[in-house]
Design a protein around this ligand. Structure first.
Ligand SMILES: CC(C)(COP(=O)(O)OP(=O)(O)OC[C@H]1O[C@@H](n2cnc3c(N)ncnc32)[C@H](O)[C@@H]1OP(=O)(O)O)[C@@H](O)C(=O)NCCC(=O)NCCS
Length: 165
């Protein structure tokens, strides 16, 4: 089941984020975030959880922006203003609940929610997150292009930007 996230769900979501970080190395860069602030960014336009037997097994967030390069690329490729875009973010599924269609359902739901807010859903993903890229390809998301961002450490992150199916 997919439902709106409540404040009571945040600890469960942060615990999933910690597991995902251990197992998948996502996110590769947490910056100043804790797992709690990572799952619940202040600028969220909405957040939803997937549950199984009343246990939270996944989550997704909709945000008004992402990395500036992703916003510019998506707006340019889609011929839209940045304000027309809704960025799907913080998609996480507990390692024990994978390959059962949880992410597929969360993605379909967040796209509907974006449309309710008159937004076109887009997302960016780090190229090393191969499971996520396989998911977006399998669910019909369209590749708009790629760019890279420089980290404070001197390393760089390669990102792909996708549009809703
Ligand atoms: C990516 C992620 C959200 C997928 O969650 P999930 O619930 O297991 O995905 P689903 O079961 O809905 O998968 C739907 C389809 O996507 C593809 N897919 C999903 N995970 C895949 C993987 N690890 N390898 C290859 N294809 C995969 C498959 O086509 C799958 O259909 P199938 O199982 O019938 O073959 C999950 O692995 C995860 O939380 N990863 C770490 C966090 C992350 O990368 N988040 C996204 C950041 S942008």
């Amino acid at each position: 089941m997919i439902r709106s996230r409540t404040s009571d769900d945040l600890d469960s979501c942060a615990a999933i984020a910690a597991q995902v970080h251990d197992v998948d190395g996502y996110p590769s860069f947490l910056g100043d975030d804790t797992f709690l602030s990572f799952v619940g960014p202040r600028d969220a336009l909405g957040a939803w959880v997937a549950t199984s037997d009343d246990t939270v097994v996944g989550q997704v967030v909709l945000r008004p922006r992402s990395a500036p390069g992703s916003v510019t690329l998506a707006a340019r490729e889609l011929g839209m203003e940045p304000e027309q875009l809704g960025f799907v973010a913080r998609l996480l599924v507990a390692p024990t609940a994978r390959r059962r269609g949880v992410a597929r359902r969360l993605l379909a739901h967040v796209v509907d929610e974006a449309h309710d807010q008159h937004l076109h859903a887009v997302l960016d993903v780090v190229t090393r997150d191969v499971a996520a890229i396989a998911l977006y390809d399998a669910t019909g998301w369209r590749r708009l292009g790629g760019h890279s961002i420089a980290l404070r450490s001197g390393a760089s992150l390669e990102l792909l930007v996708f549009s809703e199916p």
